[in-house]
Every structure is written in C-alpha cells, then in structure tokens.
Design a binder for this molecule. Sequence first.
Ligand code: KG4
Length: 334
Amino acid sequence: MRILAFESSCDETAVAVVEDGRRVLSSEIASQVEVHALYGGVVPEIASRAHIEAIAPLTERALAHAGCRREEIDAVAVTYAPGLIGALLVGVSFAKAFAFALDVPLVPVHHIRGHIAANYLAFPELEPPFLALAVSGGNTLIADVADYTRMKILGSTRDDAAGECFDKAARVLGLPYPGGKPMEDLASQSAGGVYALPLAHVDGAPLDMSFSGLKTAVVNLAHHADQTGEPLDRSALARDFTEAVCEMVVPRAMEAAKQTGRKVLCAAGGVAANRFVRERLMRECGGAGIKLYLPPLSLCGDNAAMIGAQGYYEYLAGHTAGMELNAYATREIE
Ligand code: KG4
C-alpha cells in the first residue's frame, strides 16, 4: 500500500511516499530555518505562508522521486495535531484536496505518533509493545506503545519541551536558531561541572518532567554575566545544561521501563539527535538490559516519511477521516 504523506506542523514542509508503513520511496523536506533564524525562532504567520508556497512543488517532487503516478497512491496521510494551527491547516487542507481528487482514504496522524513511527522505517524488525521517549521541539513525553495505535502517556513535561529549552538556552548564549545542534557542538568543548543547575521534580508524578526552571537558570546566568561583566564559561554552561536535560529525561525513561517491565525503548524527536542524550541512553539501557532503538539523525527531525509510516498503521486500524477533518494546536497522543 502506497501512502502519500504530508507534514507541516512547524517550520518544515515535508512530503513523502511510503510503502506498507516501512519502505520510504521518497522523502522531501523544504526547511524554513533560514527565514525564521532572522527572528531567533519560528514566526507562525511566516511559517504558514512558506508552507503554502512549498507544498505543491514538493508534492510533485515526492511523486517523481518515488517513481509514482498519482493514480498509484492508495491513501493520503497528514499531520493534523499538535503544532502551529495555521501551519497545520496548510497540510490538512492540501491533503484533503488530494484525497478527494484521487478518491482515496484520508488518514489523520498525530505528530508525536509519527516521530515514534520513524523507528519503524529504520528498524524493520521493531514491533510494539515498547516504550517511547519522545523529545522534540514542542513535546516531551514517555509513552507506553502497547500496539501500533494504542499508546498511554506515562510521563510528560509540565511546561516547556526539551527542544524548546535547548533553543532558548542557545539563544541567550548567542547561538543561532535552531539551537540544539549548536549547543551540542559548544557542549562538546567542555567537560562541564562548573554550573549547578536546578532540576525540578513533580510531587506525586515521578515520571513527569519540567524544563522551565532549567531554562530560566541559564537565562539568568547569561544576563547576570552581561550586566556585571563577569566572565561566563559558555561551553561549560552548554555542557552542564545538556547533562541536566539528560538527567531529566533518561532516568525517568529507565524508571518507566522498571514500572512497566518493558524491555525495549525507542527514542524519537529532534533532541534524540543529541550525542549526549544518545550516549547516556546507550549507557543506561545497556546497564539495565534494555534494547535501545535510536533513529538515524535524518529521521529524528520533522519529516513526512514518519507520518506515512504511522499513517499506514492508523489506516489498518480503521482510523480514517472525512472532509470534515480539522487541525488542532494541542491534542494528546492517546
Ligand atoms: O522533532 P523536531 O524536529 O520538531 C518538533 O516536532 O518539535 O525537533 C526540533 C527540536 C529543536 O528544538 C532543535 O533545537 C532540537 O530539536 N534539536 C536538537 C538537536 N538537533 C535538533 N537538540 C539537541 N541536540 C541536537 N543535536
């Protein structure tokens, strides 16, 4: 079954053709990073307009690279939530029109379910049940993936997402947007151990996370150095910050494995590309006898192939939509 998939929840327009949920025939991405970098973050209205400009030519390219005619598409999948509402609406509207014109099923896909499904593309042998640690720009959560379309959140952030926190910390350290990779490079220059950063715990919800205090601490340290002229060890701060993020997410994922008895953990989302996060996960999973799946860097960030992968399983479960499908800025993965 060939699925034409669309992703437009934030600042990447992406279109892909995926076969049977596992084989990527084409995966095209038009990034808007350069436009938003001017403003130090995503400007929603600019994102929506850029999606409108990119989506039609990108679809032609995805079909051409897949060697696929429109009539050979069996279903259309699209990210419908969560994300920037204007940006999501571009993908949803385009996907609806395409599905209507081709008279094929329309399959709505939750963005984070898509991130998790990126693992199916990289690891043919992987099947649920497993635990997923999703760490992206807009969401951070630990989910029990009981089967392809049944998931339960075990813990999630109470405030900022891990990626958002990376981007804000990077910004005050004078690094470009998006800040995740520049922070990783800066952190690699130091062994850290200089700054004691706060790590919040949520009373009564040991698997929940919080990043806003950590973010504020980095902002305050940077502003204090600016105002007083005191030196700031930027690379040590980047390293200590990164270790704090690892400390927030990795032990909680391990605890989730202990609580559920699951022996398989999949990482997902943009922050899963971080080398320190990956190394810490490998170390701790190795020690706990947990099989770890880390998607290749190309599948950690936003793409439409992951939407095509999850779309296939949503279709098999009968989760299709009609022309009334709407987009939602927030929606639980469950
Ligand atoms: O998953 P993603 O592409 O988009 C969302 O679905 O949100 O995640 C984007 C986020 C950004 O905040 C970006 O700074 C972060 O992932 N990111 C990283 C790295 N690469 C991307 N964070 C830390 N280290 C990285 N190497």
